[in-house]
Design a binder for this molecule. Structure first.
Ligand SMILES: [Zn+2]
Ligand SMILES: [Zn+2]
Length: 96
């Protein structure tokens, strides 16, 4: 997968810790407890890789403790910006 090696970089891990400390509400399902981040605009399509504004919390391999979805899996290979256009029609941001 493109850019995977960069995702384990020190800078990325530091940024991830900072962003998740501020908010771990998943952008896909609106529940807290995210363990991962995803790029809103795909890096392969020109999105900034280490820009906090381009990174959003998402449930990773451990899944959501509330709705049990594996949001990053559900999203598949689509960029988050595309998926969000689909989910913004519901109150995904309203939280629990
Ligand atoms: Zn989620
Ligand atoms: Zn959830």
């Amino acid at each position: 997968m493109a850019g995977r090696a960069d995702l384990t970089s020190y800078a990325y891990r530091k940024l991830r810790a900072r962003i998740l400390a501020e908010s771990n509400v998943c952008l896909m399902c609106g529940h807290p407890g995210s363990q991962a981040l995803d790029h809103i605009h795909a890096v392969s399509r020109g999105g900034a890789e280490l820009d906090p504004d381009n990174l959003a919390p998402i449930h990773g391999v451990e899944g959501c403790p509330v709705c049990l979805r594996k949001c990053n899996n559900d999203k598949g290979n689509r960029p988050l910006s595309e998926v969000l256009r689909l989910v913004t029609s519901r109150d995904w941001y309203a939280g629990p």
